[in-house]
Design a protein around this ligand. Structure first.
Ligand code: DX5
Ligand code: ZN
Length: 218
């Protein structure tokens, strides 16, 4: 069974709550929030106040992806705002072990993201400690980019590693995911699919976008 985490980055920011409600009605497994600071990545999105504002009356799991410098300074705020999981990039953490355990001590799940140019070795020591490896299948910063094919062997290597050592982390993929490529990405070993544009661009709305990805994967 795959999981789908639609990215709110592709939602209409003027109708954010309606978009989130549509995803929940469409049986999204998580809602993905792309937090960008204009420093680690060129784009700027939103902070914890937006998650906090959406939280009331919503039982979705908030999957927060921090593409910001010094993410350790904001973890507590994003958990207090209702995040179920926090994913950070190892490149921006001087002490990545400390940051992972800082996330876990709040009670949230911890994820580590690997950019297309970052090898598994960058997070090797932490694979037994984390709940998710997020394989970036585009370079972080923008929605609507093209899936980078050369990320597929990394997904397979992570799946083999998890199997060999009986590790329980999820393997999430993020960027350029659509019904057209989800089957082979699932085949490679991913089990959580983060998708923005392909979900929101579906002509019958985001719930149909989620259903199309699920159908193509299974
Ligand atoms: C990219 C973000 C992704 C992105 C996915 O920096 O981490 O979550 O929004 O969007 P699509 O599906 O449009 O590539
Ligand atoms: Zn993301």
């Amino acid at each position: 069974m795959i999981k789908i985490s639609p990215s709110m980055l592709a939602a209409d920011f003027g109708a954010f709550r309606q978009s989130a409600d549509a995803l929940v009605a469409g049986k999204a497994d998580y809602l993905h929030f792309d937090v960008m600071d204009g420093r680690y990545v060129p784009n700027i999105t939103f902070g914890p106040e937006l998650l906090r504002a959406l939280r009331p009356g919503m039982d979705a799991k908030f999957d927060t992806h921090l593409m910001i410098l010094e993410p350790d300074r904001y973890i507590a705020d994003f958990v207090a705002a209702g995040s179920y999981m926090i994913t950070v990039h190892p490149e921006v953490c001087y002490h990545i072990h400390r940051v992972v355990h800082q996330i876990k001590e709040t009670g949230a799940k911890a994820g580590l993201a690997l950019n297309p140019g970052t090898p598994i070795e960058a997070i090797e020591c932490l694979l037994p400690d984390i709940d998710r490896v997020l394989v970036m299948t585009v370079n972080p910063g923008f929605g609507g980019q093209k899936f980078i094919e050369s990320t597929l062997p990394k997904i397979t290597a992570l799946r083999e590693r998890a199997r060999r050592d009986n590790l329980s982390f999820e393997i999430a993929v993020d960027g350029g995911i659509s019904a057209a490529n989800v089957a082979r990405v699932a085949q490679a070993g991913a089990d959580v699919f983060i998708a923005g544009s392909s979900v929101f661009a579906h002509p019958d709305g985001p719930a149909a976008g989620i259903a199309a990805i699920r159908a193509a994967a299974e």
